[in-house]
Unconditional design. Structure first.
Lengths: 471, 471
């Protein structure tokens, strides 16, 4: 894909790079890969940022493998970029200074399950779907669902969340402890399996969302939940965006423990109607999921239906039957493909912001006006319980004029979210794409503090350089 | 109180100290206090650590006040120790190197309430009870309840939690954003009011639990909850500790959203029977609280009653009437005074550990054996849903022989918790009292990382020196 190339950084000295790659070849044999195709795949972003390929890829199989890559790279001052599934959206896996990508996909073991404690220990490369398949027999699941079948290590590194964060929190809330390979190859243990602790600085959260710039996660202990007795789905169209948002606010205030509450705006509903052959009213739509016992689910659905009625919601349908659930949520499940169908062959640029929920209706409304004004196609899907929403921008990133409009749109979207007390990204991270907004969001002193942390933890600047806060 | 004196640190140069105090006197007038009584009160620990008084106390009224104290102290290399209500339990407010205590009690305003967003902005000195009184009219509350009517800033600084963390999380989970005065007097903003964010390093969590050693919290944005429609209390005696813990585990696995689940061990029940004139069976007791609608509360109580029955629980009584709730929870409400009643005039040393819940019964049982072997009086109360428990050690800290036994007990308690995969403190923090256990818990590399963070954020080592990880 075309788009914008993030700033290239000074590359390592050629001799040093050769030294590192020779040493890695000696240590890893054919698990060191330097073919162009593999390198490009590891610097491939799934969005508007151009690929910046690393110089080599190592397929790691164990924590000592990661330690050795980091030590060799530190010795030669060569960058190291951790790689999970490559599904991050802001250029987190790009290699603007070249260097070595550590591919963690083979470190995908579920190491321990503690059923009574509702936790498990995993390697970073296991994906959420694989993990949940392995947990199912024990009646447990890991609730974070960012859409993509991402690696859990990558999800921790980007502080990912997704559709059911409204009930279960984000990666920030679901990691008990990490093992992290620091910049000199030593291993930091950040916590224990205790559910809570006041023992010293919160190293766990230091690495969650750090995008591999402070250390490389080599093991995680994460919280699990019991699979609920019943899962029910519901849908409800609203006369207005304000009504849909107001219903969400009231549901949150009265403590209905919604497992998912997703907003589709008019354009998204229209796209879904076409793609999935549905006949939904082309007005804002809320899709909900309830988890609990039969009694709980029925009560929660009933309470939500009452609220929806007060807020201009139309017919409220809910069901616990798997087949009917799928139908009710069809529009959401097919959202991505429905969007692509609006402009076959085009690219999709995904971007997200998050605002206090009281401002969500305003923010989405103004964003819709901007989309129309800038003659863009960009359906909106929101994790409305969190105030977080995504625009899927259908854009030919090789058309300079169109891409300029897309960039203007993204820029104004972030400015709008910040002006409403929100953040430039609810769940995609900073990577390369959103660095320019961090200062506007948090101010100089916060950026200084982040830079100070980076320099302290990675004095040679070899850990995923050029991401978050370049030093 | 007697007990152990934590290591004194090198004091500031006398001339520098005088310079700082003169400058503070010029700036703050009679809000700078140097009387011995006030100084000693600000270095008073409520437990076994001896008082180490600061050289002066400043009554701060605003963020610029905090900034000026920090700037003046930085200029003269004089320590600064933040002070909320002085209810921390591991010497967090002590001044082992002397210096200036910043008393934040007058910074106690509720600045903004955002009812729709379920958050509010507060000054750090507001206490949780005051805050909740001010929120009540709006149907909102802040759920963290560590027992003491602590300041919210102090609770954030020690990563406090308490009886209803099992449902609402700890301070770690309930802070959206902080303003922090850093070591050079500048202000860091750590986040926004958005419910979630992936924007850069998690500065918020860097300061939560840092005990004022990395910066001084001058403002907090915290999450609120809607006051539940119904609050019900329940109690159930168990034949065995194992049964009580097993019931808790099953309740958690099946997802009953308990608001509180507190364990009282036999000795605590005995103490409560005497003090509160109750006739509870002198076996382990669980006290529960349910929050929700009438229907939810009834269902949760019914489900728990079934589980309790399977686990050897006796009569299960629950009620939503305020008066009856108080009666059912009498033993818990009076626990502290019941403990003191076991040995009138003696001191109480409070200590806590936290283990994976599967090990809680083992850990409490072995701890009870140790209490008997060491001829100590130490009832146990546990936040059993979190695997966290407290021993209230009745101990004459001025009796060297007895205190040696108490110290042996506390040491073995921590070793036991660590051996079971737990932490040396679930909610009291490290302060001075538990520094010696951090390395055993997390290892050298983690301690190095903590020291690196401290040095990077506070290069002059003026922020609450001698706490967590002395440099």
């Amino acid at each position: 894909m075309g788009g914008t190339e993030a700033k290239s950084l000074p590359r390592p000295d050629a001799k040093a790079l050769k030294g590192a790659i020779d040493a890695l070849a000696a240590r890893f044999g054919n698990r060191l890969i330097t073919s162009q195709a593999v390198r490009e795949q590891h610097g491939h972003t799934t969005t508007w940022l151009k690929t910046q390929a690393p110089d080599a890829v190592v397929m790691a199989q164990s924590t000592p493998d990661i330690q050795d890559v980091v030590r060799i790279c530190a010795q030669h001052r060569v960058p190291v970029i951790p790689f999970g599934t490559g599904t991050s959206l802001e250029g987190q896996v790009n290699a603007p200074a070249g260097g070595v990508s550590i591919d963690l996909r083979d470190m995908n073991r579920l190491l321990e399950v503690h059923q009574e404690d509702l936790d498990c220990v995993i390697e970073p490369g296991i994906t959420r779907k694989t993990l949940n398949e392995q947990l199912r027999d024990q009646g447990l699941f890991f609730p974070i669902d960012p859409g993509a079948d991402a690696s859990i290590g990558g999800m921790a590194s980007t502080r990912a969340s997704g559709t059911n964060a409204v009930r279960y929190g984000t990666m920030r809330d679901n990691v008990l402890s990490l093992k992290v390979v620091r910049a000199d190859g030593e291993i930091i243990t950040t916590g224990t399996r205790a559910k809570k602790s006041s023992a010293g600085y919160d190293l766990t959260h230091l690495f969650i969302g750090a995008e591999g710039t402070l250390g490389i996660i080599s093991e995680l202990t994460i919280k699990l939940r019991g699979i609920p007795e019943m899962i029910a789905a519901a849908s409800c169209s609203f006369e207005s965006l304000q009504g849909a948002c107001q219903a969400t606010i009231l549901a949150m205030q009265t403590g209905i423990p919604l497992a998912r509450i997703e907003l589709l705006n008019e354009m998204q509903v229209r796209a879904s109607n076409v793609y999935s052959k549905l006949t939904l009213p082309e007005t804002p739509l809320l899709l909900l999921e309830f988890h609990g016992t039969e009694g709980e689910v029925a009560e929660h659905a009933k309470r939500f239906a009452e609220i929806a009625g007060e807020c201009g919601g139309g017919e409220f349908a809910w069901t616990a039957k798997a087949e009917d659930r799928t139908k009710l949520w069809q529009a959401r499940h097919d959202a991505y493909w429905a969007v692509r169908g609006l402009r076959p062959g085009g690219g999709v640029v995904a971007t997200d912001v998050c605002v206090p929920i009281s401002r969500l209706a305003d923010c989405v409304t103004e964003t819709e006006e901007d989309i129309a004004r800038l003659r863009l196609l960009a359906p909106i899907v929101g994790h409305v319980g969190d105030g977080n929403f995504h625009c899927s921008l259908l854009c030919d990133v090789d058309d300079a004029e169109e891409f300029a409009r897309a960039e203007e749109f993204m820029h104004r979207l972030v400015e709008r979210a910040l002006a409403m007390g929100g953040t430039c990204t609810g769940e995609h991270g900073i990577g390369q794409g959103k660095q320019k907004y961090l200062k506007a969001e948090l101010g100089d002193a916060a950026i200084d503090a982040m830079r100070t942390l980076k320099q302290a933890m990675d004095p040679l600047n070899i850990l995923n350089p050029g991401k978050i806060v370049p030093v």
